[in-house]
Design a protein around this ligand. Sequence first.
Ligand SMILES: C[S@@+](CC[C@H](N)C(=O)[O-])C[C@H]1O[C@@H](n2cnc3c(N)ncnc32)[C@H](O)[C@@H]1O
Length: 467
Amino acid sequence: MADAQEMASRLDTSVPHPARRYNYWLGGKDNFAADRESGDAVVALFPSIRTAVIENRYFLRRAVTLLAGELGIRQFLDIGTGLPSADNTHEVAQRLAPESSVVYVDNDPLVMVHARALLTVAPGAGPTSYIEADVRSPEHILQEAAKILDFSRPIGLMLIAVLHFIADEEDPHGIVSRLVSALPSGSYLVLSHSTGDFLTPEAVHAFRTGAIPVYLRTHDDVARFFDGLQVLDPGVVSISNWRAEQEPEPLSGRVGDGNGLRGRTHPVVGMALKSLAVPLDADAVRAIRADPELWALASEQPPFCAAWGDEPLPDISRALLAVAPAGAAWVGHFGDRSFQQAEYLLDPVAYRAEARTWKERERTTAYRIVAGDEAFAAHATSGQGFAWRCSSAAFLATAVQRIDALDVAAVRREFSVAEMDHLGLYKVHREEDDDHAFARVLAQLRAFAEHCRGVAARDLDLIITLY
Ligand SMILES: C[S@@+](CC[C@H](N)C(=O)[O-])C[C@H]1O[C@@H](n2cnc3c(N)ncnc32)[C@H](O)[C@@H]1O
């Protein structure tokens, strides 16, 4: 009882917590109003945050796969665990090497509660344990971890998206160096950290002074965490560029798949701007066509690509920007994150399958129809960069068909504000009754179908939409 009371007092839901806010961005349900409010404040500063956190999870998975696979690491110390999500460290490691042992460390009591309940370990797998501790107390962490991990054998130290919560005065570099010094040779440090390199000084300042202070650091500051260590290729780079050749996995129905594009010698390329498809006879597109590598990127990427700063696809992105009419802007069809409600409306059954991973979700037609549109429109309006998406005309036609074919009466019976709320869909308008909410989301979907119709009518094989 005393424990429960103590826990309740520490689980203050009126103040935002990093783990719950992160869970909010990842589309989870383990968050409270304060976390969502703080999450939305960050979205206003950095609209691509959702893409960034998803990329961060993919990075985590790739890094653990490398360590547990090729590099033979069997022990992991994961500090700043986060709420359980798809592909947690022990799951990825134990899939490859069941005997792997993992010690999780986090300073959020809610993370600990969930971790104990949800981070289940497969029968026969190595031990997984949890320490509630602060990364600012490396000695304590090392002492506790040594009860489970063997510090005479290599360890993978994971500090993923946690050090930006540590202020300069708290000496994050000293903390890392203390932790690393305790590891035997053959160990690895895996670290990701938010950067302000692509943001304005005002945005960097706003992060630092927000409800959860985040200390964005430069590339060089982050690289210094690896001082004295041998850094694997490709060095300290954006998470989405780190050994990401196989990411994202090919989506079914992607451009070039089964729609005849591949076999044609002269596919027609167009660009859609402001909901209007403009057949493009511009040098940039010809240049893209002429360069087999760029063309492969343009035609083989899954439909959504974001780029900021000098991030992925700079050549093709710059080429596209160069031909965009001045002042081109995009108005998203699903404002206020209501794309998730549209996704739910398009396929409530799939949306209820809570156990699915993000990857599985992203593969659904419903997600692909509605989600990228909103996310990248938000990104574009941020002024931090721009995004583009390639869609085959065939895919847009599928979107239209899917929306047109909605059995409105049947979906209406399935649709409820209460369930959306329960599923943690963002921005459910609680004051709305089911009828109003249904009509609103349906109208958004239909407007989007109109847009797709307009684009598809241009008889283009590949549509590049610039946001
Ligand atoms: C952004 S989440 C990252 C979760 C996970 N590592 C990932 O990358 O998906 C940051 C996590 O670090 C934890 N955290 C923040 N400050 C911490 C600190 N001083 N000591 C330990 N954990 C901390 C938060 O509670 C949260 O779970």
